[in-house]
Design a protein around this ligand. Structure first.
Ligand SMILES: [Zn+2]
Length: 310
C-alpha cells in the first residue's frame, strides 16, 4: 500500500490538473448567456453590431479529442480585444453590441472553418461548433428585428511582421490590387464579398467601400490605426494578408441579406496591453460611428427602426 498510494495520488492529481485546464479567455461575469455545452458565451446587446471571437478559447477538456489537422494556434488577447471594443462602443453610444466567444480551445474546435475541418467528426466538438454559429445567427436576427442593417465583425489576432490591421472581405490580395475602375465596374467583386448587401444598396463606389477614405480601413487610418486595405495601403505581392474565412462567409452578406461582415486581424502592438486595446477599441468605435452615418445613414445613438430605410 505505501508503494501504491503515492503513485495513485499522483495520478489522481495529474488527472485533476488536466481536467481543470486553464481559465476561460473572458472574465466570468453574470451578464452573459452560456450555451448548453457551456463552451460558448453570448453577451447580448442593443446596437446593430455583432462581434465574435472564434480562436481565443483556453479550455481543453480531455473528453474532446484534439483535432488531427488544420491550424490550432490560439489568437492571443482576441477576446480581451473584442471586450474592449464592446466597452468602447457602449461608452460612445450608450448601448452595447452583441459579443459571442468560443471558450473551447482551437485544438478541440475551429469555429472559423466548416464543420468537417472545424470539429473533425467529434460529436461534442460539433455541438460547440453549432452552438457558436446559432448564437451569432440569433444575435443577427435580433439586430435585424430592430434595424434594417448592421455590421458583423469577426475579431482575430495575427503575428505578421507587418504591424497593421488586416481587414478581410473575402476578396483576395490580387483582387485588392485591381484598379478602382475594375472593382467598380465588374459586379463579380461585389458579389463575392462579405459586404455584398451594402455594396448593392449604397451609392458609394465599391472601391470606396473597400479601400476609400470612408472604408473601414480609411476611417481607421484617419484615426492613427494602420490598416489594409485603405487609401494608404494595399496588400502587395509577397506580403501576408488574411482576407477572411468561414465566419464572415456564413454571417456576412455574401449569400443572403443579413449583416455586412468584416474580419478584423489585429497585430500584437495594437492588442497586447490593456492600454493598447483601449486605444485601438476607441479608434474602432469612432470609425464605426462614421461608417454607419456615411453608409447606412444611421446614427448609432438613435438607430432607425426595422420598418424604415430598407
Ligand atoms: Zn483567428
Amino acid at each position: 500500500m505505501p508503494l501504491i498510494r503515492p503513485a495513485t495520488l499522483g495520478a489522481a492529481l495529474l488527472a485533476a490538473a488536466c481536467s481543470v485546464a486553464a481559465e476561460p479567455a473572458t472574465p466570468a461575469k453574470a451578464d452573459f448567456r452560456a450555451s448548453e455545452s457551456g463552451y460558448v458565451r453570448h453577451w447580448p446587446g442593443e446596437l446593430p453590431v455583432v462581434l465574435s471571437v472564434p480562436h481565443d478559447g483556453a479550455l481543453r477538456p480531455e473528453g474532446i479529442p484534439d483535432r488531427k489537422y488544420g491550424v490550432t494556434v490560439r489568437d492571443s488577447h482576441a477576446a480581451a480585444m473584442a471586450t474592449a471594443m464592446r466597452d468602447a462602443l457602449r461608452e460612445k453610444f450608450g448601448r452595447a453590441p452583441h459579443l459571442v466567444v468560443c471558450e473551447l480551445s482551437r485544438r478541440k474546435v475551429d469555429c472559423n472553418r466548416d464543420i468537417k475541418e472545424g470539429a473533425q467528426g467529434d460529436p461534442a466538438a460539433e455541438k460547440v461548433w453549432k452552438e457558436y454559429h446559432a448564437m451569432i445567427d440569433a444575435a443577427e436576427r435580433d439586430v435585424l428585428a430592430r434595424t434594417p442593417h448592421g455590421l458583423y465583425l469577426d475579431v482575430h489576432s495575427h503575428g505578421h511582421p507587418k504591424k497593421r490591421m488586416e481587414l478581410g472581405y473575402l476578396l483576395t490580395a490580387e483582387d485588392l490590387r485591381q484598379p478602382d475602375r475594375r472593382l467598380d465596374e465588374d459586379p463579380g467583386f461585389r458579389k463575392k464579398s462579405s459586404i455584398r448587401w451594402l455594396g448593392e444598396r449604397t451609392e458609394a463606389a465599391f472601391s470606396e467601400l473597400v479601400r476609400g477614405r470612408t472604408s473601414m480601413g480609411g476611417l481607421l487610418e484617419e484615426r492613427g490605426v494602420a490598416a489594409v486595405p485603405s487609401p494608404q495601403q494595399r496588400p502587395e505581392p509577397g506580403e501576408p494578408y488574411f482576407n477572411g474565412a468561414f465566419d464572415i462567409a456564413a454571417h456576412g452578406s455574401r449569400d443572403k441579406a443579413q449583416l455586412d461582415g468584416i474580419q478584423f486581424e489585429i497585430p500584437g502592438v495594437m492588442r497586447d496591453t490593456p492600454e493598447r486595446r483601449a486605444a485601438t477599441a476607441k479608434a474602432v468605435a469612432d470609425a464605426v460611428d462614421v461608417y454607419f452615418r456615411t453608409h447606412f445613414r444611421t446614427d448609432l445613438r438613435n438607430p432607425k427602426p426595422a420598418a424604415q430605410g430598407r
